[in-house]
Design a protein around this ligand. Structure first.
Ligand code: RFL
Ligand code: PHB
Length: 395
């Protein structure tokens, strides 16, 4: 493959944000190059999110990347909340005017987008770590990267940092220009993948005196489950039986529900953080997805926010390419931040309502239980949760 030395849009990072942006730009006839630090297998295997909102599914469909999603994705019309050994179902379509979500793993979205990109898309380079972006305030920002042992440069009209929370593009923006807001939570998740059919038809979010637990799934034969654990926990310090016992204790509910066990094939501990950097554009450098914001995973928003950022951005680039106007690019940051802050609030709300903090008082717990009771008692409170979870329209 010939690697160009100039492109319209240089995309740093081949995660969901970078890959979807590349696909949308390709469809709009705008040339771009994607530079990804890791190898293809690593990017395709990285276990992360599992829930797609309607807006994300619409975006994937709009660029021809949803064939397998439409065949294999599991449509979910609700979630179950558990607390005090009780259970309450939140029905999305009736509470949101018809919205629903899809269970389709981020790994699968990424595989689908990579396959399309390599088949007929713009150049996508793996093992091409970007070391720096210079000239954000000039007409021709330059990406410095290495590939096959050689230092290279890519000159761009615009650079988009889709390089995640630990990426380098954010550093191209002078420190004084960026404002960040952050919260680090005093607990983490131990996530497992298990070869066992899910013990539920819909996801279960459980509040318990022993801490939070979540039952999700990857397919009709693979379950994905999470346990709240202390920060710094070593995933290897738990035996499989201890993990299943703890999950069973936290999901305990009156009635005859049972948690089926199976071989655990993967486990990892993920810390939880809220983070927003503003603005998301400076000069000719723009940030999208986790490079600009992080949410704790309790609201299932991370991947969906990344997708909505790049939908807005792709529209702005299409307007710029067609008419030369920067209006969409100028509005990008403000447009996205409205949705981002809504998702930040919702993710914080779900996290702090369902988890038990190390210093939690009896008062804090009673507030959590009162809030959960309110959601069960009031269609208005339930609708507030459902609208946020199922996702607001991309705008
Ligand atoms: P990604 O997926 O982190 O992709 C960024 C890509 O950029 C590459 N990169 C570079 N490439 C070139 N040069 C450099 N210098 C580079 N530096 C980095 C990286 O290798 C990577 O491929 O960000 P993106 O595209 O914005 O997508 C966002 C989503 O991945 C993220 O919001 C969610 O997965 C968040 N998240 C979860 N969300 C959920 O809704 N549910 C979950 O269960 C869930 N689990 C998770 C998660 C995020 C995690 N991270 C980031 C620590 C579990 C983890 C471990
Ligand atoms: C997942 O399936 O990995 C998942 C689902 C919902 C969440 C977080 C993670 O809130």
């Amino acid at each position: 493959m010939t690697i160009p030395s100039h492109t319209s849009v240089g995309i740093v990072g081949g995660g969901p944000a970078g890959l979807l942006l590349a696909r949308l730009l390709h469809r709009a006839g705008i040339d771009c190059v994607v530079l990804e630090a890791r190898d293809r297998a690593y990017v395709e295997q990285r276990q992360r999110a599992g829930i797609l909102e309607q807006g994300t599914v619409d975006a994937l469909r709009s660029c021809g990347a949803a064939d397998r999603l439409d065949r294999e994705g599991l449509v979910h019309d609700g979630i179950e909340l558990r607390w005090n050994r009780r259970s309450h179902r939140i029905d999305f379509p009736s509470l949101t005017g018809g919205r629903r979500v899809w269970v389709y793993a981020q790994t699968e979205v990424v595989k689908d987008l990579i396959a399309l990109q390599l088949a007929d898309g713009a150049p996508l380079l793996f093992e091409a770590p970007v070391t720096a972006v210079v000239g954000a305030d000039t007409d021709r920002p330059v990406i410095h990267y290495t590939h096959e042992g050689t230092d290279r440069t890519l000159t761009c009209d615009y650079v988009v940092g889709c390089d995640g929370f630990h990426g380098v593009v954010r550093r191209a923006i002078p420190e004084g220009e960026l404002h960040t807001a952050e919260r680090v939570y005093p607990y983490s998740w131990l996530g497992i993948l298990a070869d066992v059919p899910p013990s539920c038809d819909e996801l279960i979010y459980a509040h318990s005196p022993r801490g939070f637990a979540l039952h999700s799934m990857r397919s009709p034969s693979v379950s994905r489950l999470y346990l709240q654990v202390p920060n710094g926990s070593d995933p290897a310090s738990w035996t499989d039986a201890q993990i299943w016992d703890e999950l069973e204790a936290r999901f305990a509910v009156d009635g005859d529900w049972k948690l089926d066990r199976g071989p655990i094939t993967q486990r990892s501990v993920l810390p939880m953080r809220s983070f927003v950097t503003e603005p998301m554009r400076w000069g000719r450098v723009l940030l999208a997805g986790d490079a600009a914001h992080i949410v704790p995973p309790t609201g299932a928003k991370g991947l969906n926010l990344a997708a909505s950022d790049v939908v807005v951005l792709a529209r702005a680039f299409a307007q710029w390419a067609a008419t030369g106007t920067n209006a969409g690019l100028d509005a990008y940051s403000d447009t996205c931040l409205k949705r981002i802050w809504r998702a930040e609030h919702f993710s914080w709300f779900m996290t702090t309502t369902l988890h038990t903090a190390p210093d939690q008082s009896a008062f804090d717990t009673r507030l959590q239980l009162s809030q959960l009771d309110r959601i069960a008692a009031s269609p208005h409170a339930a609708a507030e949760l459902a609208e946020n979870y199922a996702g607001l329209p991309v705008g």
